[in-house]
Every structure is written in C-alpha cells, then in structure tokens.
Write a protein that binds this ligand. Sequence first.
Ligand SMILES: *Cc1c(COP(=O)(O)O)cnc(C)c1O
Length: 474
Amino acid sequence: MDSQTLYSRLPSIDKLLLQPGLADALQRHGREAVLRALRQRLDMARRHIREHGSLPVWASDEAPLLNVVRHELAERQQLQMRPVFNLTGTVLHTNLGRAQLPEAAVAAVMQAMRAPVALEYDLDGAGRGHRDQAVSELLRELTGAEAACVVNNNAAAVLIMLSTMAAGREVIVSRGELVEIGGAFRMPDVMRQAGCRLVEVGATNRTHLRDYAEAIGPDTALLMKVHTSNYAIEGFTHSVSEAELARLAAARGVPLVTDLGSGALADMTRLGLPAEPMPQQMIAAGVNLVSFSGDKLLGGPQAGLIIGDAAWIARIQKHPLKRALRCDKMTLAALEATLRLYLEPENLPQALPTLRLLTRPQQAMQQQAERLCPALRPLLDEAFVVGSEPCLSQIGSGSLPVDRLPSWAITLSPRDGRGSTLDSLSRALRALPRPVIGRVQDGRLWLDLRCLEDEAGLMANLAQLPFAGPETHS
Ligand SMILES: *Cc1c(COP(=O)(O)O)cnc(C)c1O
C-alpha cells in the first residue's frame, strides 16, 4: 500500500472527537488536553508511515487509537513521585525521601495548605511575628540552646553559618572531617562558596588539640567540627571532642560551630540503638552553633536546624541568604508538629515513624516473613525460590554508617540462576501500582521487611504481578 493511501486511512481529528468512546475523556480532561493528545498520536502515526511504510498497530482502527489516547490522558495525571514500598533495608533512604513523617505532621501540613495560617503573625500582639518562632521556641526548650533558626536543609545551614561568621576569613577544620555528603556537597567547596578560607589541620586519621591551637591566628574567624556521619575511620585515630575544642575556642576568643549531620534529639542508646551525638550535648559542651538535619534521625521534614548563641542566630536571621534559604509554611508546620512529639518522650518511639521503624524487633520482621512467604509462593514459585532469612538493615542518610540493625528479609532466588531473570523481577516489582523496591545482592532479590507496616497493602499490590516466570514472560 502506498503512503498516500495509508495517510488517508488515518481518521480525522473531527471524526475522532465525535466518537462516543471519547466522551468520557472529554468530560474528564477537557477539550484542549484531548485535542493535544489526539494530534500527538496522529503525528506519531504519520511518522511511522513515513519511516516504516505501514500503519502502526494501534492506528489500524479507531478503537485502539482511542484506547491509547485515553490511556495517555489518564497516565499524564499520574504522579511520578508516588508512594513505594521501601524494602531496601535502608530506613532513611535519601532517594526515597528520607523520613516518613508522623501523622501529627501530616495533619499540620494539610491545615497549613488549606487555610491561611499564623506564619509571620503574632496572634497575641497582632503585630508581625517571625516565621521561625514556634520551631525556635521548641528547639530552645528541647536543647537548652539560647536561640534557634531554620533553613531549607542542613547543607544550607552550614552555608549560612559559614557565610555569616567567617566570610573572607579563615575557618579551621580537621583533615579527617572534610567530608563529602554526596552529590555536590563537599565541605571544602561549601567553604569556598561561603567565601571562607579553609585551614586544614591534623592528618586524615589523627588530629590533636595542639593542631587547632597552633593554627589560630589573627585572621581566624571560626573553628569548625564536622560529624563524619557517613564513614568511619578505624584503627590508629584521634579526634578532638567538642568539649575540649570549646574550651580552646573560648580561651582564644574564637567561636566554634559543629555540623552534626543527623543529630539525634532523643537518646538513641535508650532505645537500644547505636549512640549518635545529640545537639543538646554540644550546647552543654559550649559549642556556639550546632546544625543538623530535619529529615534524618529527627524524623521530620527536610530542613536545616541551627541552635546556639542568641547573638549569632540574630546575625544569621539578618543575613540576606536567610531569605533565600528560609523554609515554607508546609515545612515549618511539619517541623513544629514533629518537634512537639519530642515533648512527650514516652510516646515518641511509636508516634515517630523513623524511630518506630528503627526499633522494630527482629522477631516482628521474621513473623511477617512467615506470613508473607506462603502467600508469595503461588505468585512466583515457578521461577523463584521464595525463602526468608535474617539480614541487616541500615539507618541510612549517613547516620551511623557502620552500625547495622538485625532484621529479616524475604529472599527471591531465580531458579535458572540468571541475572536477567532477577532483573525482570526487579523491573516488574518497580512497575506495580505501588512500586516495590528491594535490594539485589549475591544473585538474589532481598526484600528487607523492616519498613513494611502495610502488609495487606503489599500483598494486594503483589497480587497484580504479571510476572509468573521467564517462560510465560513475553
Ligand atoms: C547529611 C549531612 C549534611 C547535609 O544535610 P542535608 O539536610 O541533607 O542538607 C551535612 N553535613 C553532614 C555531616 C551530614 O551528615
């Protein structure tokens, strides 16, 4: 068939628009969106004719053509950023959005989105309030700090502390603490961005108090500690504690700041978790400013929290960068609600999903595996051995990088031993209505159950797996 004949077989837009099969889509998505989708599809069909000399299958008739258009229109309304099952075993997974927020925070955000809120409005004096005020009062109470402020994330917190306190001057940091947090956040680069001169002291594995003491000169603006949260140096090591450094800083009249990374407002060891430095300890030790993340162990929204001396916080609040880095009302609402949970420590491990997930006993995950495996076998048994085994979860986001938490996983091993079979399973799991994200290791797919709270939801979701084995996979 020549191209002209093929082109003439394509229905006209006007004709398609009158099809009863499109009435629902017109009603739902509106004429403009439907027209655009039809035009794009017809363009694709013409291109196909030009390149292949034939009609694409979906354009062979009006019904399949309308089907793809309807499907596309619906698809365009599906969020790309949609909920997944995090069975990676990493609780604070940066690529999966880190902390799951507590219900109190969810409710606070919804309210803040739906109605005007007292964001910068002092309800008592009816004057102008400050947007950081509520969070700042809570942080003062929880940490004993004189003052506090909030910015977009901890990277921003570090940037604004350095810009405010040390632009054009020297900042002394140990060589062992010049960390890269991932992506483009390396401490030396942030220093440069803030206009500071980095003075490295000590060696990668050992830094002593005298190293700092000898480096302090007339141009020193700041001593800085960085919590090496995403790696650990073991063996012949020495670093200087904040308390020792704070004494030196005070004696020499130089301020000291510490970037804690995660920072835990609750004592992790009391929950049976590995110790993590606490912002309130740093304040007690005499550090002038401490920064930490809102969405790591704190379990709240993405934010950077800075606590410490009122005079320094006041200068940060006035810095032009503060306006650029300030948080929006949704973040502040979520953060305030999250911090209020810390006022009731007994309820915290249950109310705060991050702590709830981190403190789940291994036995709870093992029992889940025992319930889930028999249900999974009929779905996957042809191609995979479905087993269950102990494994180790990670806290994630650079928190406590070395410590692992005993957990339990479902393991899926391809009967044909082939990596490609495993890949197609991972793909099929990611294509589910609620994608299931596991971890491939040693030729198997591991589904770590630590973060699985909605067991029924997972099963209903998995029941839609099209994957029955390599033979039936087309
Ligand atoms: C995670 C981390 C940061 C960055 O915090 P974000 O909130 O992700 O911007 C900075 N410093 C340290 C030590 C960290 O661990």
